[in-house]
Ligand binder design. Structure first.
Ligand SMILES: [Zn+2]
Length: 136
């Protein structure tokens, strides 16, 4: 399962960051997941529970922030969010666009950690997703 290896990678990155900061426990992990990232949120949450067992992340919450797709339209000279994943046309003027600005991300955006003091970290780490992109 694709999500299992992503969850494992996430645990590795978070563990490294938490260890670096001297945290004893990870409380909450915030992840931005683009709709084109190929990651299924439900499967990732399930995998997360499995791979966090026995780690600093055990019992922590995974908050997945769904990132819609946004394209840049040359005609409008503006960025527009798309309502779905099947139609790469400007929602305003209907010009086709392959210039995708958002929606592919798989980013660790925030961590909430326990000890020594309450720490909030914004490592800004990015995962590169190796899954095939369905549209390019
Ligand atoms: Zn447009």
């Amino acid at each position: 399962m694709h999500e299992l290896s992503i969850a494992q990678g996430l645990v590795d990155v978070v563990t490294a960051e938490a260890t670096r900061l001297g945290a004893t426990r990870v409380r909450t992990v915030y992840l931005a997941v683009g709709r084109l990232s190929g990651v299924e949120a439900g499967a990732l949450e399930f995998s997360y529970d499995l791979v966090t067992e026995g780690t600093l992340l055990a019992g922590s919450r995974l908050i997945i922030d769904d990132v819609p797709i946004a394209i840049h339209c040359v005609r409008c000279d503006a960025e527009h969010a798309l309502p779905g994943v099947n139609r790469f046309r400007c929602p305003v003027c209907d010009t086709p666009s392959a210039d995708i600005r958002r929606g592919r991300e798989l980013d660790l955006t925030r961590l909430e950690l326990d000890e020594p003091d309450d720490i909030t970290s914004s490592p800004g780490s990015s995962f590169s997703v190796s899954s095939a992109n369905p549209i390019s």
